[in-house]
Design a protein around this ligand. Sequence first.
Ligand SMILES: [Zn+2]
Length: 538
Amino acid sequence: MHCPTRMFGRRIISLTTFFAIAVGVWSLLPRTAAGNKNSQQKQEVHAVWAHPPQIGANIEGVRKFVEQCKRANIDTIVILSKGAHGELYWKSKQFPQAIAKGFENFDFLENITREAHAQGIKIDAWFCDFIEGRDGAAYREHPEWAQLNPNGGTTATEKLGHTRPYDYVWMCPAQRPGYVDQWLIPMFEEVAKNYPVDSLHHDYVRYPGDVGPDSYCFCDYCLNDIPKYAMLRYQTRPTERYRVKFAQPRIEANWWSDPTMLPGDWDQMDRREKADFLLNGRTVPGGPPDLRYFFYDYRVHQIKTFVRQLADHIRRDKPKMQISAAIFKNPVLSGRFIGQRWNEWNSWIDIYMPMTYRSHFAGSFESYLDHLTETTERQLEWVARERPVYAGIASTYLYREELQPIDEIRDRVNEMKELPPGDLLNRAAKARAIKAAFDLLSKRLKEFAPEVERDTGALITSVTANDGQNATTADLENLARRMSKLRGDLPAGYFPPEKLLQSIEAARKANPDGIVIFSAGNLSVEKLWPALETAFKR
Ligand SMILES: [Zn+2]
């Protein structure tokens, strides 16, 4: 308080005037900082998502990792604490059966929190909310909590793409008592109570979207609760039906005249029939098949209810604990497809980390850069600039072009293995495709690892020479092995660091509050930490 004379030069001002000015300036400051798009006062936060198995269940690994983060000016480590198979990376007393294999005797969360705090880095404990493993503890002990599709199957009965089995079981967000109040919220509470973490992080805070969209949840609880939520029939006089008098010529215009929507024989219908009605029924007889609107609205309501309840529980004992969320890029679309309308969560979320990954955009790398700026601007608008938004960038997906020839060779080799030896025409076609992909790959490989290029080239020749006619099963397997080894250990420089730097710059054009990178492990595999150190230099 001894600086005012300096602030106002040598002019002597009265104490009252000084306080009036000081209070005036003070009250303007936060608003100016938040409202000014190109504000210089705001320091960009740097964060990274990280997985304990890639760091190691030992103190040396944790220290080495925290040092790496320190060198890259990381402010917050978003550390996986409840994984997608339901496995936990803290020594849970309430749920010891869910502790991750290999982490039973090393409390990872405790160790990384202590080491990070010693370096001035914050810890955000990351929870994969509604996704659980097919063999996870939650589903093993409570199969009745799982989401069900119209056929009565869990998400583990689905396929990803045409053939890939899906190992995850999504749990129902609606049931009470159920997964939310008996399992998930108690887990968050245990961490909040026993670990000095700075924040808690939601992920998978939604319905499944890549397998069976619009197919979940039709468990018994939801089949009963959706009609009740939307009041598709009255609880009083449940079997009485009223004929709507169509006073208005346009059918939908009669919506308010009390149609009782649920069919009279609802209670006799099976799961599939009920689900079909909830998705394809009509609000007004003869109107459009619009009943699924209530299904979508119910899902948005359930996810939002969980987000609110979690915040209420945590803030009761830990009013300063922050809550963050990894979310899809567009809350309007994700509201429709996965029940995640995150622009309505400002009361319960302190920091948004939209996953504005290139994998969620179809075009070229250059078009991604433009869309990343535009999307980040929209995300700030969607939350009305009332909460910080950290632009989420995934390194691996930036390198679609660099990874494409490797994946191409791997896929064609696998197809070639399945061909009968006599199928010369198809063998020749596969061999040509492998050769063409290697021509692309070898250019970059030569530049950064000439010996690897030479060795790989020899394997390629053994498979593609003479239109692939000489390739033995052993040759094909050798090449397949080489490709998978190469993909996990490409030479430094193979992934052009400029792409990561340009993406960060593109996000910065929108002036987000921070940048969060997915993920620490991938940065190591891609040998991109030096690039990140450059990008995050202060
Ligand atoms: Zn359900």
